[in-house]
Write a protein that binds this ligand. Sequence first.
Ligand SMILES: *Cc1c(COP(=O)(O)O)cnc(C)c1O
Length: 377
Amino acid sequence: MKNKIRLSKSVVGMEEKECLAKVIDAGFLGMGTDVQAFENALKEYLGAKHAVCVNSGTAALHLALMAIGLQPGDEVLVQSLTFVASFQAIMAVGGTPVPCEILPDTCTIDLVDAGKKITAKTKAIMPVHYAGCPGALSEVYAFAGKHGLRVVEDAAHAFGSTYENKKIGSFGDVICFSFDGIKNITCGEGGVVVTADGAVAQFTEDARLLAVHKDTEKRYKGLRSWEFTVSHQGYRYHMSNLFAAIGLAQLKKFGGFKGKRVAQAIRYQSEFKGHPGIGLLDHDYSEVVPHIFPILVKNGKRDALREYLLSINVECGVHYYPNHLLEFFKTSRASLPVTDRVYGELLSIPLHPDLSDADQSTVISAVTNFIAGKDDK
Ligand SMILES: *Cc1c(COP(=O)(O)O)cnc(C)c1O
């Protein structure tokens, strides 16, 4: 059997090994100056005022929601078509995720539907930058301003993407990125809360270290807090120097990663454009750094194509099983026909910096041949 063509993967090597060895030789693996250096590098790259690193994107969302003051019972508008992490982060604060429809062209939140779901308890909106595309972000901010909502952007897919030529993270309210193994850059596991709001940044810094007030400042000077103040709930969500060192090495390579991701997406777009059996999302790769490449498989063929690709060792996936269908979030009893329809067609095909041109050709011909009924199974 041919080698498997991976859907997504970590792209790490010698540079990361060398950075890890340096941290191990220095002998301090906890949170210290490597995390500080990674945060400074992120601020510079993103053009952000504050960047607070944590140990996952989910932890970033959780702490961001706490930091904006979300209280138990408060409602957060969020698209149903997202990774379950977005919903669980809201639940972790005791909030209620209110599942909203998506715009089928971009798979980003539908503000007309969201507007119908506003109640006295609505406190925030969480736009998800699906596949790296922030959708109509200025409209999200206008909507939030009109209804007095905070905005927590789930930018887990959107590291490096821009909106109207401004980097995601360089503007807006609170923006959360993920550095898990397969994201646009990885730390192994990790995440960051980015904001211009000093109170949100301070709260997040404290909350990631058991809410020991200003513990971060001491650790960045190589000191510990022995007597301290704690005034709210905190977690052990901080990032380790080891993970930060991987992130720093990845950030240096990101220009190359970005070029490959964008080139692959543009190639898929031009190969599938106008194909009667395949729909494409309307994502502009002069701004979007694609994290995944979902296609829309028409005529009820999604599951058959999925099985066929797996049978020839081409990994594929479905981003995502809608959250409003999950037992734990069913209280809302939402009916989301657009999400249900799009979900039935979505299929993500391989995209990552290690995908070779030849492997991408294999994926393209497998998809088009199958849909034309010419699969050689
Ligand atoms: C990956 C991801 C997260 C969570 O990030 P982790 O680092 O895996 O915790 C949140 N939202 C979306 C849309 C994601 O893809």
